[in-house]
Design a protein. Structure first.
Length: 89
């Protein structure tokens, strides 16, 4: 089956000077079919926004990156695409 959004093994760690690393997302797997509505629920700081920023490549804007995993949109890997190109789709 082809999915609109596929995430496999997503991991994101935030590092701050003088502080311990914080794992925001660990081994997230997610498949969203075309036309399906999906949302994240959770407490503040639970890592809901991070996968959305990873899908849209906005982690690079805040000096971050996906440390592990694969993200595809309509079957194409999106980690190397600029956010502006993703919006045009």
């Amino acid at each position: 089956m082809s999915y609109a959004i596929e995430i496999e093994g997503l991991r994101k760690v935030y590092s701050k000077r003088g502080r311990a690393d914080v794992v925001a997302v660990e081994d997230l797997n997610l498949n969203v079919s075309r036309g399906q509505v999906f949302g994240f629920l959770g407490a503040n700081g639970a890592g809901k926004t991070t996968p959305l920023k990873a899908i849209s490549n906005l982690l690079h804007a805040e000096r971050g990156e996906v440390t592990k995993g694969n993200i595809q949109f309509d079957g194409e890997e999106v980690q190397s695409l600029p956010p502006n190109d993703l919006v045009r789709r």
